[in-house]
Design a binder for this molecule. Sequence first.
Ligand SMILES: *Cc1c(COP(=O)(O)O)cnc(C)c1O
Length: 368
Amino acid sequence: MKVLRDTVIEIDLKALASNTKAIKEYIGQDVKLMAVVKANGYGHGATKIASTLMENGADYLAVATLIEALEIRDQWDYPILVMGHTPDQYLEEAIRNNIVLTVFSYHQAKLMDDIAQKYGEKAKAHIKIDTGFHRLGMDPKDEKTIDEIAKICSLKNIEVEGIFTHLALAGEEHDKRQMELFIGVIDKAKERGIDIPLKHAADSIATVDSTDYHMDMVRVGALLYGMVSHSKGFINVKQVMTFKTKISQIHYIEEGEGVGYDYLWKASRTSKVATLPFGYADGYPRNMRDKGYVTIAGKKCPLVGVLCMDQVMADVTDLDEVWEGMDAVIYGGGENQMTIAEAAKLAETNKNEIISRISARPQRIYVK
Ligand SMILES: *Cc1c(COP(=O)(O)O)cnc(C)c1O
């Protein structure tokens, strides 16, 4: 694809490969690595990063929705799990495309079994257990749950390949309680002769901080992309994306003149103001006004005035040399550049939101 705009997301595939390897090394050969590439690979472009992940230590891919899975399936044969709910009417499409589904009811498992039988295929499923997050899953406190799991596992045209839960990360005690409930279900199933091969619970934070919770596989998203939130363990990862642009125009304005809608910023001195071609429609948080900055020639240049949909203005008065077409870094990992972590703090959200909200508009450029 031709690059036809100055605002781009540069994806460092070498950093992605090295992050993947570092995680695989950390968990060891006995634990599988499920690379979470939902939300278009947290904005990095799922279909474009899939092979880098799989060739550097990932064993499995995971997404949130069937559409995300099918986009990847169009280009790759890798195993893909849909971690979210797939409504009944879409099961056939999923099974026909060899997509592994999350199930938490006999009702759906039976439908999958019927579809698989019709096509002479085997549908694959991971059973979800709700150990306290209360988002999706079967209730481990309900006595009927084990019977239902046994019934699902007895279906002839389904391979129950995995069983998983998700931690609320509400504190060590709560995590432990959730894990006990999960292991309780696994043990009760074992008593009935059911041993599901892939048991998994850990996301990025639990993978690094709670190595006891690795089980057979970990589901890692944020960490792959260089987002670090853990506190106890250590793993050396690097931010994969750099969001950058170039100056469109420079304005020389007098003290007291306003900039942008409603003149919400006024120059307190004779100023140089640079216009940059990105805005909130690119997924940059609009609430960065008076907080955000871009980095030009290694210096932080504060954004001024209201952020527009497609353009923002930055105060570049303190740069000795500045010209139209000059590079500006929006999010990066270099000196004086706004990291994803800092962007999250300034925009009062989390790192995953900052990267997954970046829209389709800025072209992704892959650097090998
Ligand atoms: C998104 C998600 C993950 C990955 O979370 P990270 O914090 O990005 O590692 C793991 N498991 C489930 C069920 C998820 O939805």
